[in-house]
Design a protein around this ligand. Structure first.
Ligand SMILES: NCC(=O)N[C@@H](Cc1c[nH]cn1)C(=O)O
Ligand SMILES: [Zn+2]
Ligand SMILES: [Zn+2]
Length: 473
């Protein structure tokens, strides 16, 4: 019989300090998966996570997933993936939770108010890289498991944990692992839950779709070394000019993607689909003010939300090799690498997007008649994912939200990407749900990332309640 609300929730409230201290310890580990020099920190993060799962009474396999090939041709080991199990009773359903322990890069000089890797508590928020994405969310789940184990000596369902260290760079090596373990670790799973998504407001959101991401680099090289612009400006075709021309050909001023054919595969809007967005809690003016944005690309709430999660978008992320410091360096960079990505939606296919983008940029480059070398690479090709929000585990999650927050959940789609979501669903053929606990203003990937204590502690209760509800389906 499930532990009653008041007991389990009181237990969680009574252990808040401990939960925050553990998040502090975990945030301190600089597990940035994009920087090969930090690979030891990612490995350390995986070990620390393993130790905590062992402490909860779980069994853990650290699965080897091979090597990562870096842009310079070198290879380095990928971090091991945690495949853990807590409970394997035959009469209980099994739910597999997925999350990640790696983080996006962060430096205080990027504009953080405090050191990104020192968790700081201020005004009900916990600031630090990974506090929300995704260490805080995984920890909320693990603390929920701990609370149920300590209150009940047992879990209401069997739990498997699938935790990786390369999500932020596209989940390298994970598809192969799922394929290899399909008939062993992943064989007896009934439900899959991803603990890595934000809500759209203070109101909890249950997520039934996520966009994919095709991430590209364009490399242009004009000389062997950087050149003095006084000495060589006016003599050479500059790589930076070519690159900016190409990047500027990707969208119009209203954000519409100019790559021919890109919108062709987008699933047409179905009858009444727009109604799904009408009741979602999302205040357009408040969002605009919070972000410090003068005007959004779309006016109405429904349009804005649909362009955030059910239509594709293209973003330019940066230029490697270009001068970006303060001061007035007067150099002509020899080689520059532009980075951009297209968030794609059903029924777009990464391989088709790759061809469309390459064909378009190559034709634009040849129109320009530059003698420079240009190379386009698709570095990540993560698929979009969308499911039916009436699957049974969605009911369990909705009931759990009502129990914890005394409110009806918003049913939402994510604008971001869980690279492995579609693969997991396709290989295992089981119901998948994104039940994240991040807040709408957590600034994940940006400066001053945080999770509110409201979400962190409320989220811990949500996972505990969800496990109980799942058992009573
Ligand atoms: N919390 C989910 C998340 O941030 N996912 C990343 C995954 C990704 C996509 N392309 C590269 N990484 C995201 O940016 O959506
Ligand atoms: Zn994440
Ligand atoms: Zn992320």
């Amino acid at each position: 019989s499930p532990v009653p609300n008041d007991q389990i929730f009181q237990y969680i409230d009574g252990h808040q300090k401990e939960y925050i201290q553990r998040l502090k310890d975990w945030v301190a580990i600089q597990s940035d998966s994009s920087d090969p020099r930090k690979r030891q920190d990612v490995n350390k993060m995986m070990e620390v996570t393993k130790d905590f799962i062992l402490q909860l009474g779980g069994t853990v396999e650290m699965a080897d997933i091979g090597e990562q090939r870096l842009a310079n041709g070198e290879t380095i080991p990928l971090p091991p993936v945690i495949l853990a199990e807590i409970g394997n009773a035959e009469n209980k359903p099994t739910v597999c939770f997925y999350g990640h322990m790696d983080v996006q890069p962060a430096k205080q000089e990027d504009g953080w108010s405090t050191d990104p890797y020192t968790l700081v508590e201020k005004d009900g928020n916990l600031y630090g890289r990974g506090a929300s994405d995704d260490k805080g969310q995984v920890l909320a789940l693990l603390h929920a498991l701990e609370s149920l184990i300590n209150m009940n000596q047992d879990l209401p369902v069997n739990v498997k944990l699938f935790i990786e260290g390369m999500e932020e760079t596209g989940s390298d090596g994970l598809e192969m692992l799922i394929e290899n373990k399909k008939d062993t670790f992943f064989s007896n799973i009934d439900y899959i839950v991803v603990t890595d998504t934000p809500w759209l407001s203070k109101k909890p959101g249950i997520t039934y779709g996520a966009r994919g991401n095709c991430y590209f680099s364009i490399e242009v090289q004009s000389s062997k070394v950087d050149l003095h612009s006084g000495g060589f400006g006016g003599m050479v075709y500059e790589a930076m000019g070519d690159l900016i021309y190409l990047l500027n050909s990707l969208t119009d001023a209203n954000g519409r993607i100019l790559v021919p054919g890109i919108y062709e595969a987008v699933a047409p809007l179905s009858e009444n689909e727009e109604d799904l967005y009408k009741d979602i809690e999302f205040d357009v003016d408040e969002q605009r003010a919070n972000l410090g944005v003068k005007k959004f690309l779309h006016e109405s709430k429904a349009d804005l939300l649909m362009h955030r999660c059910r239509y594709p978008s293209l973003s330019i992320h940066g230029i490697e090799g270009a001068f970006s410091g303060t001061g007035t360096k007067t150099v002509i960079p020899s080689k520059v690498i532009g980075k951009f990505s297209i968030r794609q939606v059903p029924n777009m296919e990464p391989s088709v997007v790759e061809k469309q983008v390459k064909d378009y940029l190559e034709s634009k480059f040849s129109e320009r008649k530059s003698p420079n070398e240009m190379k386009i690479t698709m570095i990540i090709g993560a698929k979009p994912w969308l499911t039916n929000m009436t699957e049974p585990q969605y009911h369990a999650a909705r009931r759990a939200v009502t129990r914890v927050f005394n409110i009806e959940a918003d049913m939402i789609r994510a604008g971001g990407t869980i690279p492995i979501a579609k693969t997991l669903e396709d290989y295992l053929g089981k119901s998948l749900m994104l039940l994240g606990i991040g807040g709408p203003d957590d600034a994940t990937h940006g400066q001053n990332e945080k999770i509110s204590k409201y979400n962190y502690i409320g989220g811990t209760k949500l996972y505990a309640a969800y496990l109980q509800e799942l058992a009573s389906l």
